[in-house]
Design a binder for this molecule. Sequence first.
Ligand SMILES: Cc1ncc(COP(=O)(O)O)c(C=O)c1O
Ligand SMILES: N[C@H](C=O)CCC(=O)O
Length: 437
Amino acid sequence: MNRSLSEHLYEEALKHIVGGVNSPSRSFKAVGGGAPVFMKKAEGAYFWDVDGNRYVDYLAAYGPIITGHAHPHVTRAIQEAAANGTLYGTPTELEIRLAKMLKEAIPSMDKVRFVNSGTEAVMTTIRVARAYTKRNKIIKFAGCYHGHSDLVLVAAGSGPSTLGIPDSAGIPTSIAHEVITVPFNDAAALKDALDRWGDDIAAVMVEPIVGNFGMVMPKPGFLEDLCRLARQYGALVIYDEVITAFRFHYGSAQTYAGLANHEAIRPDLTALGKIIGGGLPIGAYGGSKKIMEQVAPLGPAYQAGTMAGNPASISAGIACLEVLQGAGIYEEMDRLAAKLTDGLAGSARRHGVPLTINRIRGSFSTHFCDHPVTNYDEAQDTDSAAFAAFFRAMLNRGVNLAPSKFEAWFLTTAHTDSDIDFTLEAADAAFKEIAGK
Ligand SMILES: Cc1ncc(COP(=O)(O)O)c(C=O)c1O
Ligand SMILES: N[C@H](C=O)CCC(=O)O
């Protein structure tokens, strides 16, 4: 596949943009280096690069593009919003509409506040939890990624793990000391941490279903234990649902049928992003009225944003959720993902390539190993070279994946059976290539 124009643009980008990319996750450093592909157009399930090559896309921009690229309903909403002015700096009725949609789908949120990214949403939930509890420390889980604010860039998954910097430079030791990290799916370790630091823990922060060291389900009872222990020690529970909200069903992980005891796993605060912006920048956080009333102008915890709640992002979010309310939408993504993962597993087996697949409805992760992946250690203990070879072999056959062994594959409402067949043909050839090495 000729990608000479991408290579040329990468050379240019390196001169002007640090690392040539505007988010480190986009670099190909972890998959052998070289030029990332410069895309020119995206529509439905496909990308076209600057050299004219077509790719079936499973990156979905790291999750937000659940309705496929340039979905007509979402595009129309953005165009209409833009024609009416992109930014007001005043409240709008649209914000109330999206806030109501989120509250109806996620019952633990009595009050919502819109921000511009998942990072901002998470960062503010921590501030609110600290304001409410008057405590300083948080507990997080190794390999969970919560954006790039200081406090959560300790033992961070996703891009930081991929690039070998899970503990970013530039974070003062005093801040790093405010974070305690424990293994995901390990309630005993959480209890030990709470026994030791419980009096000063403001919140336990978790991706209730992990999306950042692959897709990893909580073990039965883990979230119940997490919520019970946190409350026993007077700490709040924060769910980072930036990936998971509206990903598996019309709602969030905290109401997903695949998890039992919804009352027992109800969080105090939830951070949102990605899908709720329909492909435009957004974040949101919410929780019970009592806790959210800590936030200015009602309370002492300050949070603000010039761009927050802008009509374009909010309109795109509303339109995206409207599409997701359609009958059978999630069932179809589930069916196609099952067909894809069954095919991938069979093909890997035939070629003798060890592969563990974690699938949750329309999203899944592929781990090049022969053991289960239930925590960060297990996700790290996989064959990075095999993933890199697979990634490149797929790209060269017109299938776009995230350039990291920790990131998920995302189905969208635009994928079809013929895309899955195309992908499986590419994967069979890719596994054959890896097995021959
Ligand atoms: C679970 C989770 N939380 C937070 C974030 C940060 O969101 P953003 O990239 O929009 O700042 C991400 C993704 O980047 C994420 O996957
Ligand atoms: N996995 C991350 C978010 O979910 C990737 C986003 C990024 O780092 O650009």
